[in-house]
Design a protein. Structure first.
Length: 415
């Protein structure tokens, strides 16, 4: 019994260390970082480092527990390592985001790289994003979109400059738009449905339709960002799936506290932003996103493409966390509201970042680099927060008007 008590105390100390580390990392990232121009310049490296620290701390606790209880050893124990290794691999080997594939300077633009990446992406679509219907039209839409995208990139890499791949890119975008409309329609129909079906089944259908819609929006980001994003999309899917599975662990020894889980989601989403060759600076915008499917500049189309290229990953990551928070049920009695707490902490971190960015801009108003570093950093933080608050308002509205249909579903994950 003494050994068991000591073991429980050790696990509790590990959890307290994780919470303390997450709070320290987020205080530095959301607060201290916004006051230093050198910190802002190396923000991507800092985010990756903090994410690795938190994931390794979680892995340490799970590995310690598995050594004490061999019967509890499971594959999920290595999920934090998957997140860390994918981040390091992404930063080291996937380059050239936002650049034209005809430049031929990056390995990720080679057909030997982006064609297998698109094949893996298609396989993950058919395996992980299963349709709730037996109809194959939904799958066909995404297959056509990915095939047209591969043909577009192939043509852009040819030395024949008369073949620019715009026709195939336009066809791929049309397929994506049709797919998104289809997913949104299915999600809305299921949400407004008055059928007296099992709550678990209905919630599962909502989750499937919503995730499929996010996948199709991600395809649009792949189109407007370039061939490098094919590898990025595969890595991001693996990382998000790993974090989602970590979030659904409900047993006491595997449970991750809400501040830690929210910090890992926050850092992962921001790490993807920097890994795709973005930065909180206006001179790092991917203006080529406006011309992936046409040589003619069209203000609204170009503006929307550039916006999605820059802020699309933040939008998708935030929406995915919101969906996971609402449709994930922790099976332990004391953690029924844990997913909602993760979403609350996530919003708190984002609002804190915007507040400190505003304070830093005010404090550094006479600094030499205010317009080059501090002001753009504040603008990006404000846009991130506006998107988060928009989702928060939509979530609150849906919870208020459809409380019975838009809540955490019961019984999910029970044997």
């Amino acid at each position: 019994k003494d050994k068991e008590d000591q073991f429980v105390k050790s696990l509790q100390s590990f959890r307290l260390l994780e919470v303390a580390a997450s709070l320290i990392c987020m205080i530095f990232y959301s607060g201290v970082l916004t006051f230093g121009n050198s910190y802002i310049e190396h923000e991507g490296d800092i985010v990756t480092f903090f994410l690795a620290i938190l994931c390794l701390l979680v892995f340490r606790r799970w590995y310690y527990e598995s050594n004490k209880n061999a019967t509890r050893t499971a594959i999920f124990m290595y999920l934090p390592l998957v997140v860390v290794l994918c981040s390091r691999f992404h930063n080291a080997f996937v380059t050239g985001h936002g650049l034209d594939p005809s430049i031929r300077l990056h390995a990720s633009h080679n057909a030997l790289v982006f064609l297998p990446a698109l094949a893996v992406l298609l396989a993950l679509r058919l395996k992980w994003f299963e349709s709730t219907q037996t109809l194959s039209v939904s799958n066909l839409i995404d297959v056509l979109s990915i095939v047209c995208l591969a043909c577009s990139w192939w043509e852009k890499r040819t030395r024949d400059h008369s073949r620019n791949g715009h026709e195939f890119a336009q066809a791929s975008i049309i397929c994506v738009i049709i797919g998104v409309i289809h997913s949104v329609y299915c999600t809305g129909s299921e949400l407004m449905s008055q059928d007296n079906e099992n709550q678990v089944q209905r919630s599962w259908k909502l989750l499937c339709h919503s995730r499929l819609a996010l996948f199709r929006v991600m395809l649009f980001l792949v189109i407007v960002t370039g061939p490098s994003t094919a590898s990025t999309a595969v890595i991001v899917l693996v990382q998000c799936a790993s974090l989602s599975q970590m979030m659904m662990q409900s047993k006491a020894f595997a449970k991750i506290d809400a501040p830690v889980m929210a910090a890992m989601w926050r850092l992962l989403i921001r790490q993807i932003f920097f890994a795709t060759n973005h930065h909180c600076s206006f001179n790092r915008l991917h203006f080529s996103a406006a011309f992936v499917a046409t040589d003619t500049f069209q203000f609204h189309v170009a503006g929307f493409s550039l916006f999605m290229n820059t802020f699309g990953w933040e939008l998708l990551g935030t929406l995915l966390l919101l969906l996971t928070s609402r449709f994930t049920n922790f099976t332990t009695v004391n953690s029924m509201d844990e997913p909602s707490r993760v979403w609350d902490w996530f919003c708190f971190y984002q609002c804190t970042e915007t507040l400190t960015s505003c304070v830093s801009v005010s404090a550094m108003k006479r600094h030499l680099m205010v317009w080059a570093i501090f002001a753009p950093r504040y603008m990006f933080a404000a846009i991130f927060t506006v998107m988060g608050l928009m989702f928060w308002l939509v979530d609150a509205l849906l919870l208020f008007t459809h409380r019975d249909g838009y809540t955490k579903f019961k019984g999910m994950g029970k044997d």
